[in-house]
Design a protein around this ligand. Structure first.
Ligand code: MSP
Length: 518
């Protein structure tokens, strides 16, 4: 394994604008990348755009511009929306870049020289929106079995990749690495697909000019999927920067939507085997989002741009909602009602109020200075209430870590919110407002306030990958002058590191309540 944690999203077609479905994968990858950075790891997080192929060429033609100009125009929309969503990708690959073209040509040349590519006749069907080849027997009612749209008949001389040759090795690899394809249901699908027998794969197009020319036959361009999959290695230095490549490859996680699993779990690993390269550690196929119960599509006009939601709620609320509401492996349904109700109950009430209540009490009872805690964790003198809070604080980070290892983003947040709940109960039960009435209880009030602030410090660190702006604000409000990005888990989340005497800086509420519409 390379020494760097390497996570990817699919590269998105530039025929269409980004919507909340495409943003879903990218936000998840960002949260994962940020979590690994917060553990002090080196991270390489890659996203980008898929700019070749018939579908993009058609979109350009409809708009009466050259494909390249079309791509240049559309890519900005992706870059802008990722910026607004606070996506921390380390690199952005465009498949029209010079490097990507060069690497793709070298790669395909290598496979050609190794005898894994041959010239043949392709006769069959092609789905342009999905950019996929289908045999007559695979069509469903004469339509694309994947998306249900019309297919085109193609008969042309194409180059083929000997995919069938890798059938047994693929099965062996999947058997030997049970967590190569996740979730398990997707792994089973791939296994049974391979077991039915793999046909060789057409990897070039003769009738299309918008693509990477084959080095051994410039009259043909590389099939867009072959070129697209190579982004994962062309962006990480394959062939051009060997040291970088050795550090990055193989990728730890390819995050994709379930509809492009076969490309990633069958064709891609076979391509890598043919080139003698190691396979990625995990391919995770997540579910699809519908909007108010319906599939998002251009024709229905119901695709929602992230910008629309970002005009309604903050970027952190957006990120929180998509990671909390859906289980990453299964389909889910977006609705404004659930977005708004989670916002008000979990962000405004549970977290936002907790922060403002605690800081207000430190201000009111101790002039804004965090008192010293009279007892240490583990002391016999520890009150039962305190012990419960400290136990919740100790249990949370390892649970979050386990949830991240399985890409259970929703359960990681659930674990953090269990701790937020414990902190809220602690505030209610320790009742600082009563303690404040009796000067004899001053040292108990000190302890209680310290524990509340310390719980907030740990919560701030744990929410950082999901809600970086909120975590930064909390860090500042807690009077921390250090850089939150230099605090590394798990050590930084161990109890008791808030220095006594820290001056808190109360700020604006983190999540102002949304007025719920009737
Ligand atoms: N260009 C190919 C991918 C090449 S990767 C080497 C492609 N692009 S795409 O623009 O169609 O984006 C597909 C990806 O967007 C899906 O795999 C998925 O990650 C995401 N989604 C698109 N619509 C989605 C939903 N409705 N719901 C969830 N994710 C969706 O395929």
């Amino acid at each position: 394994m390379g020494s760097t944690f390497y996570v990817t999203t699919p590269i998105y077609y530039v025929n269409d604008e980004p919507h909340i479905g495409t943003a879903y994968t990218t936000v998840a990858a960002d949260v994962l990348a940020r979590y690994h950075r917060s553990k002090g790891e080196q991270v390489f997080f890659l996203t980008g755009t898929d700019e070749h192929g018939q579908h993009v060429a058609n979109a350009a033609e409809r708009n009466a511009v050259e494909p390249r100009e079309w791509a240049d125009r559309m890519v900005v929309k992706f870059i802008d929306v990722w910026k607004r969503l606070n996506i921390s990708n380390d690199h952005f690959i465009r498949t029209t870049s010079e490097e990507h073209g060069r690497v793709s040509q070298d790669f395909v040349q290598k496979l050609y020289e190794r005898g894994d590519i041959y010239l043949g006749m392709y006769e069959g069907w092609y789905c342009v929106p999905d950019e996929s080849f289908w045999l007559p027997s695979q069509l469903v009612d004469g339509k694309c079995p994947q998306c249900g749209r019309d297919v085109e008949l193609i008969k042309e001389e194409n180059y083929f990749f000997k995919l069938s040759k890798y059938q047994d090795r693929l099965l062996e690899h999947i058997n030997a690495h049970p967590d190569f394809i996740l979730p398990e249901i997707r792994r089973n699908e791939v296994m049974s697909f391979i077991q039915q027998g793999l046909a060789d794969q057409s990897i070039s197009r003769k009738t299309l000019t918008w693509g990477i020319p084959l080095p051994f036959d410039p009259g043909q361009v590389l099939y867009v999927w072959f070129d697209a999959l190579l982004n994962y290695i062309s962006a990480s230095g394959y062939g051009l920067q060997p040291e970088l490549f050795a550090r990055l490859w193989p990728a730890n996680w390819h995050l994709i939507g379930k509809e492009i699993l076969r490309f990633h779990a069958v064709i891609w690993p076979a391509m890598l085997m043919a080139a003698g390269l190691p396979l990625p550690e995990h391919v995770f196929a997540h579910g699809w989002l519908t909007v108010e119960g319906e599939k998002m599509s251009k024709s229905k006009g119901n695709a929602i741009s992230p910008h629309v939601l970002l005009d309604e709620v903050s970027v952190d609320a957006y990120r929180y909602y998509f990671m909390r509401e859906f289980s990453f492996g299964t389909d889910g349904n977006f609705s404004r009602a659930t977005l708004r109700s989670r916002y008000n109950s979990e962000l405004a009430n549970d977290l936002g109020n907790l922060v403002s209540r605690v800081l207000a009490m430190v201000d009111r009872y101790r002039g804004g200075l965090v008192p010293a805690a009279p007892v240490e964790p583990g002391d016999d003198a520890l009150d039962a209430l305190d012990a419960a809070l400290l136990a919740a604080a100790a249990d949370c980070p390892p649970e979050v870590d386990q949830r991240f290892a399985a890409l259970e983003f929703n359960n990681a947040l659930q674990a953090i919110w269990n701790f937020v709940g414990a902190a809220n109960r602690y505030v209610d039960q320790s009742a600082p407002w009563d303690l404040n009435k009796d000067p004899a209880l001053a040292s108990r009030l000190d302890a209680v306030l310290y524990n509340q602030v310390e719980a907030l410090r740990i919560i701030g660190l744990l929410i950082l990958p999901f809600m970086p702006e909120t975590a930064e604000k909390m860090w500042d409000q807690l009077g921390q002058d250090s850089d939150i990005y230099q605090q590394h888990l798990p050590a930084a989340a161990a109890w008791g590191q808030m220095p006594a005497g820290t001056k808190v800086r109360r700020g604006a509420g983190l999540f102002p309540r949304l007025e719920l519409e009737e």
